[in-house]
Structures are given as C-alpha cells and as structure tokens.
Design a protein around this ligand. Structure first.
Ligand code: HEM
Length: 449
C-alpha cells in the first residue's frame, strides 16, 4: 500500500494554489423576501424541494441569489483553476475531501453548534488540522459576497469525490460561515478509542453503517504524510490502500487484513457491529455507496439545513458543464431562478434590473408575460395578446434576452431528437442527467443565465 504519489497538497510558493480565483465578481443579489419552492421546470411547474435526507429544504433563510448561484457554478467551469486542480483526480482531491471532515467534525447535532461552517479557517493551528492551511487559503480566494467559505469547502469535497470515480453527492449551496472557531476536542485522531469514535458519529448524526462508510470508507482516497501525521507514518506519503485516487473497496480489505495504518480502523474492526459493516462493504459496493453518500451529506449539511438552497448543483462529467436540478430530477435553468415562487407574483427576484438584457419574461400565469418597470424596478405583469391569439399548444419560454413563443412540439420525426422539445429538461433521471444528456443541451443550460 505504499505507492508514493507527490505528497504536497499545494506548495507554499508557485504551486497551483498561488493561482487566482476564476469566479466572476458580480455583486450579490439580496435574499428573497419570502420562501419559495424548488420548482424550476421551464414550463413553470413547481416542486416541493424537499431534500432526500427527509429534512425540508423548501424554505431557506439565506438562499443564494441567481447571481450567487452563477458564481458558485463558475467554480466548476472547465476554465476554473478550482476544477482544474481536481479533474483529473489527483492528490488535491484527497486533501479537499479531508478538509470537509475537519470542518464539519467540529459540529454537533446534539447542541446544534458548529458544522460545515468554514470555522476551520480559525482552527488551523490545531494539531489535527496540520497540512490544511494551503487548502483553506486557496478556498478563501473564492469567497465573495454570496459565496461562503463553507460552500466552497463543501463543493470542493463533493466535486473531488465525483471526479475520483465516487458518487455524485447532492450539493445544496447557501451555507453560512461561522465567525469563530468550533469547540475543541471534537475531531478524532488516529489513536481515538471506540467510545470517542461513536461519540463523533453521534454528534454528526451518523448511524453505525454510515460511521463505517465515512470514517473507514472515505480513506479509499489519499493517505498519511509524515509532515502532518508523524505518529501515523514516517513516509513522506503513505496511501491508505494501493489505489489512493480511486473510489473502490480496497480500503476495507486492508482493514480486514489488519494492515491499516490508522489505529481507529483497528479498533473499529474489533467492534462486532462496526466489523460487520467493514466485512459487508469489502464486497458490496452498492451498499457502501448508499451509506457513504448519506453520511457525507450529513457532514456537509450539518446544522446548515435551514440555510440551504433547494437546488442541487450537479458537478460536470468529462467535458460537459455543471447544471442545477431539483430533488425531483428536473433540470433547472438558473436564468429562471427566483421565478418559481409559490403563489403568483411579485416577490420573486425583485427588484429587477431595467438595464439587463432580459427585457421580458414569461409569467407563471399562462397567457401573461412580464416586463421590468424602469420606474419601480419590479416585474410588471400584462396579458400576452399574441399568445392568446395563437392556437393551443404554444408556450412562452424564457431566454437571457426575454420571452419568446414556442410552437407545439411536432410529432416525432427522424430528426426530432435534435430538436429541443418543450419539456425536454423535466424528465431526466439522475443517471441520465449526469451521463446521457447531449452536451449541447447541458451547455445551453449554463450559457443562458
Ligand atoms: C475516525 C475518523 C478519522 C480519522 C481518525 C482520520 C484520520 C486521518 C489521518 C491521520 C489522515 C492523514 C492525514 C495526513 O497525514 O495528511 C487522514 C487522511 C485523510 N482523511 Fe481522515 N480520518 C477520519 C475520518 C475522515 C473522514 C470522515 C473524512 C472525509 C469525510 C476523511 C478524509 C480523509 C482523506 C481524504 C485523507 C487523505 C488526505 C490526503 O491524502 O491528503 N477522514 N485521516
């Protein structure tokens, strides 16, 4: 298990972390005044927006504005250094995934303190956080109004997992940064005993199956560095298994063989309950992945649920672009963001910007459109007489320039698959969304906001 890739997670001078942020500098839009649902289909339907964790995301206290979402999305652009560092999978991915845990592990569901809240920036001098300062420094360069450090850390983790062959973990932006450090004594070390590990899992809200999937399974990535963990390894870098940039089950086999370099793996494997999960995951990737995803989600969302936006940012695959979707799998164009407020008008996305290139937009009420009033700087609704005069089936669609009318979908013809149907975006499953959507369509969803 000793293959030694470069140990560095960013040299202090001249390394990739010296690059600057590629995200745009637009100003943050204000938070919406009211709650809204995550419905985002371009036909104007809405959905509940509740998260699969069972905790509702439908009302966010601090929802990112459309501009904020675009800034977060920009981190995953192929030209962004943020993405270039973690795709293809490298030692950066492991460092970023570790960073997620060292921020969230300071939190507790028991007293609702801490969580993935960026507090790690105030905790870098703690022994357990050795080696994390360059990563946090790099992440801080992306923080701007509307983009919290916590959101950047969480995105770094989720994207790193995805780009290293792991699952796509639902990522909701909107985290609020802490202004002080989380309590001390909450992050486990390689020599923590079983009782402490169960305690950490309890604070994070993990059950035993999730505890093993996260505390043991995540070490499918990366390894230990003598500079950070002299008590664990004397080598510059020693991977936890033979495949430190691959999402696989080897780490469980290492534990079964008693070869893990982490004492916590040994004590966990001596516990009959935790042992059972190690033995299961060692051959059952689906069960491991299910529990890994739910545990990782608990970590990145810990004590942030009310702040999280209902929309899920889906990392890109290969050369495709990132996109947003809702819990019910509908692909969302962020250009319509703020347009899905429950009820009718007018709290969504106000005030509007009269100088924007988007001169008009469709109304939630069929047959109506809206323009941005120069005087009040709000959207004003009026009946669309053109739409009214057209035969049934015509729809109003938004673009970055304004609304336009789309004829009824033609019956299937040989070339039909190349045309954009009126509801093409609404019916994608997770797998389809990540791998089978034509590149042109995905690109469009990004270009149009
Ligand atoms: C019982 C709980 C855990 C213990 C005792 C533990 C301990 C450690 C130690 C000692 C290292 C070596 C760090 C270094 O020398 O650079 C490490 C690396 C790592 N840890 Fe953990 N960890 C735990 C849980 C987690 C969790 C929950 C995550 C992620 C959600 C995580 C992600 C990682 C990753 C990806 C690395 C590799 C870092 C790299 O290669 O740069 N760990 N862990």
């Amino acid at each position: 298990y000793n293959s030694p890739p470069p140990a560095s997670e960013g040299s202090s001078s001249g390394g990739p972390y010296s690059g600057s942020s590629s995200s745009g500098g637009s100003t943050s839009g204000g938070p919406y005044s009211g709650g809204y649902s995550s419905g985002g289909s371009s036909s104007g339907s809405s959905s509940s927006g509740s998260a699969s964790s069972g905790s509702g995301y439908s009302v966010a206290n601090n929802p990112p504005s459309k501009a904020d979402l675009k800034k977060i999305m920009a981190l995953l652009n192929s030209t962004s250094i943020f993405r270039q560092l973690i795709e293809p999978c490298s030692t950066f991915n492991a460092a970023w995934i570790r960073t997620v845990f060292h921020d969230c592990a300071g939190g507790s569901t028991l007293d609702n303190t801490g969580g993935l809240d960026g507090s790690l920036q105030f905790e870098l001098s703690r022994t357990e956080n050795a080696g994390l300062a360059p990563t946090i420094g790099f992440f801080q360069s992306f923080v701007e109004p509307g983009v919290s450090l916590a959101d950047v850390i969480a995105l770094g983790g989720v994207a790193s997992v995805a780009f290293c062959g792991g699952p796509v973990i639902p990522y909701h932006p909107g985290r609020v940064d802490a202004t002080t450090a989380n309590p001390t004594g909450r992050v486990p070390s390689a020599t923590s005993n079983l009782q402490f590990l169960y305690g950490v899992a309890g604070r994070l809200g993990l059950v035993a199956s999730e505890q093993v999937a996260l505390f043991q399974g995540v070490h499918t990535y990366g390894g230990a560095h003598s500079a950070n963990s002299p008590g664990v390894t004397s080598q510059t870098f020693q991977s936890f298994d033979g495949t430190p940039t691959t999402y696989d089950l080897n780490v469980f086999k290492v534990i079964q063989e008693g070869q893990s370099i982490l004492g916590t793996d040994q004590v966990s494997y001596a516990d009959p309950i935790l042992k059972g999960y190690v033995d299961t995951y060692a051959y059952d990737k689906n069960t491991f992945t299910t529990n890994f995803m739910s545990a990782f989600k608990k970590c990145i969302n810990l004590n942030q649920i009310p702040n999280l936006d209902p929309l899920i940012l889906v990392p890109p695959t290969s050369t495709s672009a990132a996109f947003y979707r809702t819990e019910d799998e509908a692909v969302v164009e962020v250009s319509r963001r703020g347009y899905e407020a429950p009820g009718t008008q007018p709290e969504h996305d106000t005030p509007c910007d009269p100088s924007s290139t988007q001169s008009s937009r469709c109304s939630l009420e069929h047959g109506y459109v809206e323009t941005c009033s120069e005087k009040t700087r709000t959207w004003t609704k009026y009946k669309d007489t053109v739409l009214e005069a057209l035969p049934a089936g015509w729809e109003c669609r938004d673009s970055h320039k304004g609304h336009h009318l789309v004829p009824p979908v033609a019956p299937a013809k040989p070339y039909a698959k190349y045309r954009r149907s009126t509801d093409e975006a609404e019916s994608l499953s997770d797998g389809e969304a990540s791998s089978e959507v034509p590149a042109a369509r995905k690109k469009r969803s990004v270009d149009e906001f």
